[in-house]
Design a binder for this molecule. Sequence first.
Ligand code: NAP
Length: 266
Amino acid sequence: MEKIKVIVAGPRGKMGSEALRMIEKQDDLELVACLDHQFNGMKISEIDNLPSFDALIYTDIQECFDSVKADVLVDLTTPEFGYLHTKTAIENGIRPVVGTTGFTDEQLQELTELSEEKGIGVIIAPNFALGAVLMMQFAKWAAKYFPDVEIIEKHHDNKLDAPSGTAVKTAQLISEVREAKKQGHPDEKETISGARGAEMEGMRIHSMRLPGLVAHQEVVFGSKGENLTIKHDSFHRESFMTGVKLAIDQVMKLDILVYGLENILE
Ligand code: NAP
């Protein structure tokens, strides 16, 4: 069996190191290199607390792609570098599986067009946890009947982007079935700026950042005399790895960009 050759960008990060541990347990995946912004030329096994892979770390993405033969780039870095890595991978014929969140709509559009032009499969998933994907689907279903909705997302305090990619994706899915409408009192005023959260098509999104949290979201629907809350918690980053593995397998069969894990589950 030919193994899928994988490069991981961000191997020392919370998600990246978990991805290395997942790859270590798979018979059909091979880690061929890592991309980082330091430790150029070192082996992964030489970095504290990482699995004992011989794969080398590269700080220059083009040098990395020229030096090793790879099928898939798994990116778990920052929005700025994740976007550059994804673009460069497509240009080099390497399929990106992107967990990094915080891309703009323009960047997503550009990557979609580039992937189509080059015929290279891409999966960008703001949430790789299967439970979170179901939470988003259930929220879309509920929004047909409950158009008044607020999203509360809670993450660890090292997260760079707000609102979370999952919250934005949830709001996008809801807006497919809900007519845009302003919620709350028509004359409401914030006495402290931001008190009502971010606004998307009249929906409110609230972002909480605290140490101790991993990734959590509640979608709260309100109607006369009743509330419905759909809630998902990721307590450990292992929860994302089933989705990362699934995306690596599926991206090998794609020649377009797919945004959202739900689109490869069916
Ligand atoms: P993290 O622990 O901060 O990890 C990010 C890693 O990327 C760090 O090791 C960082 O190194 C490294 N890095 C920074 N610039 C880089 C570059 N130019 N090249 C290579 N590596 C670089 O963050 P995390 O919690 O693992 O999250 C990573 C990303 O995944 C974030 O965008 C987060 O929102 C997203 N995320 C997605 C999911 C999902 O299911 N899709 C779930 C959780 C998180 P330094 O620390 O030295 O800067």
